[in-house]
Ligand binder design. Structure first.
Ligand SMILES: Nc1ncnc2c1ncn2[C@@H]1O[C@H](COP(=O)(O)OP(=O)(O)OP(=O)(O)O)[C@@H](O)[C@H]1O
Ligand SMILES: [Mg+2]
Length: 427
């Protein structure tokens, strides 16, 4: 490629005189200062950096292995349950299932580090079902806090098949990557929670009337490989996807996937199936909706992969979610406990807030009962508890800071049911 522009220039690093025929002979050259680096020096630098990166990756991998080894003593199933008990009322079955799944996930990772691969132990991906507001998301966020693993929640209903407007399924892994502070090794051993998973059920499932639904089925298809374990590629946050954009690669083989949702109406599918069995729980020829509601807790624990399939989850996905974890509806007694017992119970939160204004906050027993009953009417589980108290507390939280005097504020049944003003007495 000889041409008239051929010249000789000294490499500022190796000091060799380089005959420059093309820019590749001297990739870095500043004619103004004469600073130059020849191609062979650049290659050396590249190899040096790459070797160092590999060393760093190996160190990170060792760190992850050591951390998992340490954690194995701390996250025994009964200890996980004890921790969750501090925040979540009831749902003992779900707590046990999750505790064992997570413990097995750790064991599988340890085995993988020791033996080099862990194909002998099946991945324990979990599907979690239960009514709205019964603690699915709360359970997992507390679990994540206890575990020393990166954990990311992605709303499955926001995912779309590649090529459609919305986020590709890789976003779930990208979220985990950021939760792991961009540490690939930690990302590859984390937990991904796909919330609202029922929203990507095929609309042609028995529970729905629309027949064709390529979009949702496409998302499920796209999730398949990720759940099973393969290398997922994605671009950094804020970077547009185009062919030249640098990508980050993450192997999902050791990532634990938990998918969850309310699966509204699945109890009807279960009831229908159970009715046809001889060992049913007392359903007559007709499966009345009211009866199904009453027996929700018994029914939901009997859910089978076939029910999920009928609901519109494709069989290949169900096959990759071997563990089914079910949560129950919360009755009045459970709601009452949720109001006062958990570490972050709504009543405790308001007591703390008011104490800063020198106020002792008291709830009459009847008032708490009224809150629970109101929540049951709203049919959103424990979700509306805090809102109901908030409605009652608004005026008092507005007016109390007018003075610093120590006072006692009592919330009565009348406050909750009829919006009466709380009783204020001086201390
Ligand atoms: N069993 C429980 N014990 C203590 N608090 C609970 C329980 N269930 C729900 N809560 C509280 O109620 C609120 C809503 O619960 P959460 O978000 O977990 O519901 P969910 O089951 O994920 O519902 P959805 O299906 O609508 O997403 C949270 O603030 C949570 O703390
Ligand atoms: Mg939720």
């Amino acid at each position: 490629m000889a041409n008239n522009n051929e010249f000789t220039q000294q490499c500022s690093f190796c000091k060799r005189k380089i005959k420059v025929k093309s820019q590749y002979d001297l990739p870095i050259y500043d004619p103004a200062t004469g600073f130059a680096i020849c191609s062979s020096c650049i290659k050396d630098i590249y190899h040096f950096i790459e070797a160092n990166d590999i060393k760093k990756d190996a160190i990170k991998e060792q760190e992850t292995a050591a951390r998992i080894e340490d954690d194995l003593t701390r996250i025994k199933p009964h200890l996980i349950k004890e921790y969750l008990d501090q925040y979540i009322i009831n749902q003992d079955h779900a707590k046990k299932v999750l505790a064992v799944a997570v413990y097995n996930h750790y064991k599988r990772m340890k085995y993988g580090f020791e033996k080099g691969d862990n194909e002998d132990i099946e991945k324990s991906n979990v599907i979690i079902l239960g009514p709205s507001g019964c603690g699915k998301t709360a359970l997992l966020s507390h679990l994540a806090k206890m575990l020393n693993l990166p954990f990311a929640v992605t709303d499955a209903s926001s995912l779309t098949e590649a090529g459609f407007v919305g986020s590709d399924v890789e976003v779930a892994v990208r979220n985990l990557y950021y939760a792991a502070d961009k540490d690939i090794s930690r990302t590859e051993h984390g937990i991904i929670y796909l919330d609202e998973f029922d929203k990507i059920a095929r609309k042609s499932g028995e529970n729905n009337t629309i027949t064709a639904d390529p979009g949702h089925e496409g998302v499920q298809q796209a999730l398949l490989k990720m759940l099973e374990g393969n290398v997922v590629e994605f671009t950094a946050r804020g970077q547009r996807k185009h062919p030249e954009a640098p990508t980050i690669k993450v192997d999902t083989t050791n990532i634990l996937f938990i998918v969850g949702g309310a699966f509204v109406g699945i109890e009807k599918l279960i009831a229908k199936r159970v009715k046809n069995n001889t060992s049913n729980i007392g359903f007559g020829a007709e499966v009345a909706d009211k009866k199904i509601d009453e027996h929700y807790n018994e029914l939901i624990h009997q859910v089978t992969p076939e029910d999920l399939m009928k609901y519109g989850i494709i069989p290949e996905i169900i096959g990759r979610l071997p563990i089914i974890c079910t949560l129950e509806t919360l009755d009045e007694a459970a709601l009452l406990r949720i109001l006062t017992e958990p570490k972050n119970a709504p009543v405790k939160q308001y007591e703390k807030l008011m104490s800063i204004d020198n106020v002792e906050l008291k709830f009459d027993e009847d008032a708490l009962k009224a809150v629970a009953q109101k929540a049951i009417k709203r049919k959103t589980g424990a979700r509306s508890l805090k809102g109901i108290i908030e409605e009652t507390m608004l005026d008092i939280m507005f007016d109390i800071p007018r003075s610093d005097e120590p006072r006692i504020v009592t919330i009565t049944k009348d406050c909750i049911e009829n919006g009466a003003a709380p009783v204020i007495t001086n201390k």
